[in-house]
Structures are given as structure tokens and as C-alpha cells.
Design a protein around this ligand. Sequence first.
Ligand code: SDX
Length: 421
Amino acid sequence: MSTAKLILDGNECEMPIVEGTEGERAFDITSLRSQTKYITLDPGFANTGSCQSAITFIDGEKGILRYRGYDIEDLAASARFPEVSYLLIHNHLPDQSELTEWRRKLTLNSLIHESMLNFFDHFPPTSHPMSILTAMVSALPAFYPDMEDEDTNIIRLLAKAKSIAAVAYKKSIGEPIVYPRSDYSYMANFLRMMFATPAEPYEISEVIENALNLLLIVHADHEQNCSTSTVRMTGSSQASMYASISAGICALSGPLHGGANQAVLEMLERILEDGGDYKKYVELAKDRDSGFRLMGFGHRVYKNFDPRARILKKACDEVLKELGIEDPLLDIAKNLEEVALSDDFFVQRKLYPNVDFYSGIIYRALGIPTNMFTVMFALGRMPGWIAHWREMRQDPTNRIYRPRQIYIGETHRKFVPVWER
Ligand code: SDX
């Protein structure tokens, strides 16, 4: 086995080199502190691998994204979201009978416990649906206590998360909730629960169903991103899957992460209201003191292009055309992208559109309100979070996540009681 040698204070220590199936290499520092008393320091973990995983592979330089070895472009073009969820969780594509059974279980587990529905009435109508989703996911074990059967919990979470999202939306607009149908698919049930009303039975449009399918697939996993690392961190203490994923939903809500899709739409609307002067906002984003960032731009891993952004940009045009929608925000987004990609500030920093830059325009075209965009991201990422939680829990070498630190506070001081100070 090849090793890396480190010489510290005249002492040499060797660390084994680890190589993955795609040729990625790391040196394993498990024994660093015991050999040298040193630790590593890597704020944001930009250079630190937290685990070895077989779920998703990303090559940030080449713009490659694969779920269990399958290219995102192929899955986005030909698969359905339930199938991709199965693949991520079970590490193989389902055969016809496995897929039929998986879909059946997803549909039959779509109902939310009637006592749980009362919860929704106690959230103010102005509550952000991400707060409701977080609360309801962590409350699930209170209503479905048989925690021992992991496969049942997995199906329950996947199936009920979409129902929780739809009920949260209905409550926020003061409309009666719509119950799932046992003859409807995951996607059709979600759309109907979101948009059907007692007056208007919602006609499931194939264009909308396919667009939603695409959006959920491209969000389904992304290796050790902030929210998935949160799920693994939380699960490493042997917290339940529901608790771990509720923590992941919280991490996703931040505007630097999943909250960016809502922030992108708000940014585009701000530019439109400001006369559409997108060049002004590109300049603003270059001024560090402005506190303004081009939301939906940049990525810790992708340094040439985010393959998901390419897929969604193409889908934007197709979906809006098929729905007969002219959205000025799409023109602003395309102009922003064009100007930024030819501007040295962005080129030097390798800042390109990421998955969040175009997704909101499609969600908007589907009739999904802006404050539900990050909930949609969470619904897409649910199978990825589950797959990572399960992989971590099945790993016999897994240890509770407990990073070290370098202390920079006060050195020892003697305590003096207040009456003597
Ligand atoms: C997601 O990790 C994942 O895989 C996440 C995700 C997933 O699927 O799970 O892909 C989903 O979260 C996508 C990212 C969504 N967030 C945004 O769109 C918010 C805007 N982008 C950023 O704030 C930023 O680019 C991050 C958070 C995405 C990445 O942050 P990094 O890697 O820590 O980069 P950085 O903040 O250190 O920026 C490096 C430089 C800085 O300038 P300098 O100090 O060199 O002068 O680039 C600048 C930054 O100021 N910069 C930006 C910018 N992003 C980075 N400047 C203007 N606009 C931006 N969007």
C-alpha cells in the first residue's frame, strides 16, 4: 500500500493512501494525532473527506454527476423519480416487479395520520413551509412508533414527506386539504394534493408531471453537501432516520444551500422591478462590500459547469414553451448568465450557474409558490439523505462525528468572586 510521509518537528509519520473506484486519492489521517499530537485544520472541509461512500460520484472539473454509476443526463432523460429513489437507496435499478411494488407502497403510505393533521392548524398561515416540513418529519415517529422496521420507515418518510409539503401549502392558502388517491402515482398524488380544489378537480398534465419528475431527479443526491453531511453527522450518534433527516432539512434551508432557489427567484424579481438592469447586479455581486451575491451562481465542487444547471436550462425553455408561458425572469436569468460568464471576476473564481439558478423558473411555471421551492428541493433530496443515513449506519467502521478544534480563546485565568473584583 502506498503511503504519504509527513515530517513534523523532525519526526516522520506515514499515512496510508486511499484510492476510490474513480481514482480519487486521499491520505488517511486516522492515526495523525496519536503519531504527532497534531490535528488538521480545514474550515468548511473543502479539502477533507468525511467518509467513503458508494452512492454518488461527482467530478467537479469535468461536470460529471452519477448516482450509483448512472449519469445524471441518462437518468434525467429516461428514468422516473420513484425508480431513482429506489436506485439510490438499494444500489440497483428495480426490475419491473420491484418497481411496481415500490410504487404501490409509496402510494399506499401517502396518508398522514389524522391526529397529525391537527398540527398544521396550529402553525400561523405565514409559517415557512420548510419549518413545517422540519417539524412534521421529526414528529413522524410520535405517530408511527414502530421504528424497528427500517424499510417501512423509509417508504413512510418518502411517501409522507410529499403529503406534508402539499398539506402545508394548502393550509398556507386557506384551502381544504386534498387526500391522496390509491390509484395515483407519487407525482400525480403530489400535484393533485397541491392544486385540486373542491370546485376544480385538477387535471394532471403530462408536461407538468414530467417537469416535476425531472426536477426531483436532478435534486435526488449530491454526495457530501452541507445537508447530507448534517444527516450523517446527526445519524452518527445513532439518532433515528427521522431526526437525522429533519436536521438535514434545517441545513438545506440556508440561502447558501437549498434556500438559494428561493433566493434566486427573489433576486430575479428584484432585478425586474428595478427596470431589468441585470448588468447593475452583476457589478453589485463583484463588490464584496455590497453583501450581494449572484444567487444560483458558484459551487464548492463544480468548477466548469453544474450538469444539472445545463439540464434545467434546457428544460426551462421546453416547459415554458409547452405551457405557453413567457416569463421575463427567464430572459433576465439568461442575460445574467451570459454577462457573468464573460466577466473576469466570475471566470477567475470559476463561478457558474448551479442547480438552483434555473430550477425556480420551472417551479414557478408549474404553479409552485416561491416559498415552496426549497421544500421541493427537500422532496427531491429525500432519497439521497435516506441512502446516506443508511450507508453510514450500516458501516461497521462508522464512529460518532466529533471533529477537533484549535482553541484561540483566553489562556487560564484564576476565578475571582464578584465581591472581590
Ligand atoms: C447547493 O455542495 C453541494 O453539492 C450543494 C448543492 C447540492 O446539490 O446539495 O449543489 C446545492 O447548495 C448549490 C449552491 C447554492 N448556493 C448559492 O447559489 C448561493 C450563492 N453561491 C455561494 O454563496 C457560493 O458560491 C457557494 C456557497 C455555493 C460556495 O461557496 P464556497 O465554495 O465557500 O466559495 P466562497 O464563498 O469561498 O467564494 C469564493 C469566491 C469569493 O470571492 P473572493 O473572496 O475570492 O474575492 O467567490 C466569490 C466569493 O465572494 N463568490 C461569489 C459567489 N459565490 C462565490 N461572488 C458573487 N456571487 C456568488 N454567487
